[in-house]
Design a binder for this molecule. Sequence first.
Ligand SMILES: Cc1cc2nc3c(=O)[nH]c(=O)nc-3n(C[C@H](O)[C@H](O)[C@H](O)COP(=O)(O)O)c2cc1C
Length: 305
Amino acid sequence: MTTNLTVRVGDLELRSPVIPASGVWPYAEDFWGGEKLEGIGALCTKAISLEPRAGNGGVRIWETPSGVLNSIGLQNCGVREFAACYAELVKNCPVPVIANVVMERPAETRETLRILSEVEGIAAAELNISCPNADGDGMAWGVCCEQAAVAVRAAREAWNGRLWVKLTPQSADIAAVARAVEAEGADAIVCANTWLGMAMDMTVGKPAFGRVVAGLSGPAVFPLALRAVWQVCGAVKIPVVGCGGVSNASDCAAMLLAGASAVEVGSAFFADVKAGASICEGLPEFVKRYGASELLELTGRARIS
Ligand SMILES: Cc1cc2nc3c(=O)[nH]c(=O)nc-3n(C[C@H](O)[C@H](O)[C@H](O)COP(=O)(O)O)c2cc1C
């Protein structure tokens, strides 16, 4: 008997819990259909901003023994080119497409979302509030409740569809930020983005990245992300999508047990383009082990004492 791996993030049904996280899935046509989507429940786009962004210069990726540092700098073609070039890919994609949107100044983000609302087939917008507030002190929108609320309010004004909000783990109280985001009408929370780290290039004795700090992801952050997911799931009623360091079925099941409805997977796809399929292959064993009859029964199971 095959195990049902269907999960639900609110009213959005996914055939599997694995969503490639923003920034890792190419726009190439063969990645948006066919066997490459085996084990994939939904696709998340690379960041989309109002105007095109060239991204950061210099080193952009740095491997560490248990994860990867990146400083891509939100490189993307801008929402107008996205709408012009990728509308067909989105429309024909056999799994739901989540559009990751850069939180810029409120007016810019509203315009990005307005343009996206004309693209057919976007299942949800994912507002990335990890980016710096250009009008504020440069701190990420998501580090405090007040700023996070302003961001979500602005997005809500322009976007009637499902709104997911991707938090930054750099907040001192991620559960409080999650509550603020929920209060402004978010439909789901993605918990969370990368963690600030740095690398020293020991060949030259200088920081590896031009901006010195970069975002850490991969297995190194899994216990941190799992803790954040546990805290956020205890703080809000809206669904939570776990994200950070998930690289196998056990990690995915742990996120679900902590209360996540699905998981986003980033760095693991660099090591194995079929990570989605291999995670799904291992999930039935956990469903069986915990006496459940289908995967969605695992969500929050570790919370019930
Ligand atoms: C190369 C790279 C590019 C990324 N680009 C984005 C992005 O554009 N928007 C975003 O919200 N997160 C971005 N992220 C963060 C991932 O979506 C994810 O939140 C993070 O990598 C943690 O998951 P992981 O440990 O499974 O990789 C990027 C990560 C990497 C490694």
